[in-house]
Design a protein around this ligand. Structure first.
Ligand SMILES: Cc1cc2nc3c(=O)[nH]c(=O)nc-3n(C[C@H](O)[C@H](O)[C@H](O)COP(=O)(O)OP(=O)(O)OC[C@H]3O[C@@H](n4cnc5c(N)ncnc54)[C@H](O)[C@@H]3O)c2cc1C
Length: 314
């Protein structure tokens, strides 16, 4: 049996990875506090599109399992879209074929090759709504969220600390292997598009994609490695509009509602690891989810919770 003290966990980070991990831990009986420098709309997670699909995340062998475990959860949450922010929406990955995808692809319900590419009905997640819903679910399970900056993981006052700081891990751990992959989006008034679309990336990470969300049509995208600016670049925005309008001409005249920029926390491999610190603290890392933190959130949260409970696999 665990003592009350050892049940206490502080999760550092309040993006989709931190909140989902906190929910799994709290519903598993732990006393959970989330400490985060930024919460809700100010996190990278709030910028995400967010389509369920593994993109710019490694290693492929593990990502498939994490993504499929999360897909099951999102499909259930899609029964209550207003509340959870999760919807199942039809769309196509233009030019993509099943060949070249991992074994996970065969387990995605309804994923089919068409003349255009890969068509599917996938979870599309309205992140501001989903993050608020995760927080409420955590609070219902007895967890709390506080805005606090952590300067050193060893100084966090709990026997178990879970590090879900995304790009913040670069300086906090410190771990120079976590690098930003900058993404810019344009939000426009939806001219009547009800399906999502993605194209292949061309040089420099540029692509065309659009995701219909309740608050507008999200247009992307870009993927600039090691770029740190959070300022929207007007030329980049014009390029995004032009690429999307080449696919759906009605986008050209759509009224721009907002510009968004986020830094994907990319790492050559997601760090999901148990560490016993000299201080006796258990530290579990769960960061570095690149362009697919939403896609894998539940699978990684469960694995992180397993590491909290049982330590690393023998
Ligand atoms: C333009 C764009 C589009 C995207 N589209 C998709 C998509 O369609 N599908 C998908 O699955 N993913 C998508 N992503 C990727 C996704 O947004 C990320 O993988 C995900 O948000 C990472 O979540 P996280 O919780 O690890 O990080 P974050 O959301 O960045 O959260 C990190 C948390 O840690 C906190 N923190 C950091 N350092 C400290 C510290 N020292 N002390 C206290 N707190 C700290 C932060 O304040 C924050 O609360 C997209 C990203 C971008 C930028």
């Amino acid at each position: 049996m665990r003592s009350e003290l050892s049940d206490e966990v502080i999760v550092v980070g309040g993006g989709v990875v931190g909140l989902t991990t906190a929910v799994v831990l709290a519903e598993g009986g732990r006393r959970v506090r989330v400490w985060a420098r930024e919460t809700g709309g100010r996190t990278t997670s709030a910028v995400a599109g967010a389509l369920w699909w593994p993109y710019r995340i490694e290693p492929e062998a593990l990502v498939g399992e994490w993504a499929l475990a999360s897909l099951v959860v999102y499909r259930e949450l899609a029964a209550r879209p207003e509340e959870t922010g999760v919807r199942l929406v039809e769309g196509v990955h233009d030019g993509l074929r099943l060949d070249g995808l991992g074994a996970w692809a065969a387990q995605v319900p309804g994923l089919a090759e068409t003349a255009e590419g890969l068509a599917a009905r996938l979870p599309l997640i309205d992140m501001p709504v989903h993050l608020a819903w995760l927080r409420k679910r955590l609070e219902r399970a007895g967890g709390t969220v506080e805005e606090r900056v952590v300067e050193a993981l060893d100084e966090v006052p709990a026997p178990v600390v879970v590090n879900c700081t995304g790009l913040g891990a670069r300086s906090l751990v410190p771990d120079p292997a976590v690098r930003p992959v900058r993404g810019q989006l344009v939000v426009v008034e939806n001219p009547g598009i009800s399906t999502w679309y993605t194209s292949d990336e061309v040089a420099g990470g540029a692509s065309a994609y659009f995701f219909p969300q309740p608050g507008g049509l999200l247009l992307g995208g870009t993927a600039e490695e090691d770029a740190w600016s959070l300022e929207p670049d007007p030329e980049v925005a014009a390029g995004i509009m032009a690429r999307c309008a080449a696919v759906r001409p009605e986008i050209a005249g759509a009224r721009v509602l907002a510009h968004r920029v986020g830094l994907r926390p990319y790492r050559a491999a997601v760090r999901l690891e148990h560490e016993l610190r000299p201080s006796g603290r258990v530290l579990v890392h769960n960061y570095g989810h690149g362009g697919a933190g939403v896609t894998v959130a539940w699978g990684c949260a469960r694995e992180a919770a397993g590491l909290v409970d049982t330590g690393p696999a023998a």
